[in-house]
Design a protein around this ligand. Sequence first.
Ligand SMILES: Nc1nc2c(ncn2[C@@H]2O[C@H](COP(=O)(O)OP(=O)(O)OP(=O)(O)O)[C@@H](O)[C@H]2O)c(=O)[nH]1
Ligand SMILES: [Mg+2]
Length: 314
Amino acid sequence: MLEKLREALSATAGSLRKRLEEVVVYRDLTEKDLDEPLEDLVFSLAEADVALEVAERIASSTKKALVGSRVRRGEDVELVVRKALYESIVRLLSTPGRVDVRSLALERCGSQRPLVIVFFGINGVGKTTTIAKIAYMLKREGARPVVAAADTFRAGAQEQLRAHADRLGVPFIGGKYGRDPASVALDAINYASSRGMCSVLVDTAGRMHIDADLMEELRKIVRVSRPDLRLLVVDALTGNDAVEQAVRFNEAIGIDGVIVTKIDADAKGGTVVSIAATIGKPILYLGTGQSYEDLEEFDPQKFVSRILPLKARA
Ligand SMILES: Nc1nc2c(ncn2[C@@H]2O[C@H](COP(=O)(O)OP(=O)(O)OP(=O)(O)O)[C@@H](O)[C@H]2O)c(=O)[nH]1
Ligand SMILES: [Mg+2]
């Protein structure tokens, strides 16, 4: 996974090093030394699905960090370059507003009002699977979840979430096909609060951000269920389209956080970087496979270490 992004950054670190080794011994680095390798960086990041303006931001903050610095003889030039790149991407990914879903849910156990999370996104991105993964995690942590199938639209959607709930031993609240999905969410919240459950995970039907009726339906679900968190689920494989989805859903519904799925199948890796940089909302989790354990808390430093190891490969 993420090979393309890793290769792009490694190649840049390498070409910057070569360039810098020629000049470091007798003068400070100038913009001119950096322009060409950083231009290459922008292109290779774009090939790895990083949005162009985001790639340009990475290049310019890397340049800022390096211009005027002097690398001493004997110093590891590549490490200096890698650090500058690493820090500029980590900064980009460290969006404010990160929340810890687990502790938020635990705080609500036994209270009148469970933690309510509504999950949404376009068709097939992995909403239902992600809800099952989060239910698994919350149950394991003692933050007793209820899952709600507020997808009363797609054939099989109710059964799909119910099957996960049964397997996980988590209460399931559903509704007949065609029923108002907002009322299914409310049923689940009432069920949870009357039993002192800690959290309610509301699954919604996949919808395109350009479908006005379905977006209005989602607005209603949100209005009625007053979620603590509105989480957008996107598929890493959709690249720049995922960024577009994030922008549109944020305008229409409002987003508190993003989950990027199918990272395990994503050879490029740029979607994560682009989304965090473009909408300024935190990425909370990465989906890394199809089983319940395949959910990773998103940690900017850990993510960047994966695509840009600070130690060059021998
Ligand atoms: N490899 C991989 N597959 C995933 C991941 N998350 C979900 N999937 C798969 O993606 C497919 C669609 O997942 P669903 O959870 O049904 O997606 P959805 O968004 O609920 O779909 P709709 O309700 O139809 O809009 C399934 O085959 C999942 O197993 C992931 O992190 N990695
Ligand atoms: Mg679904």
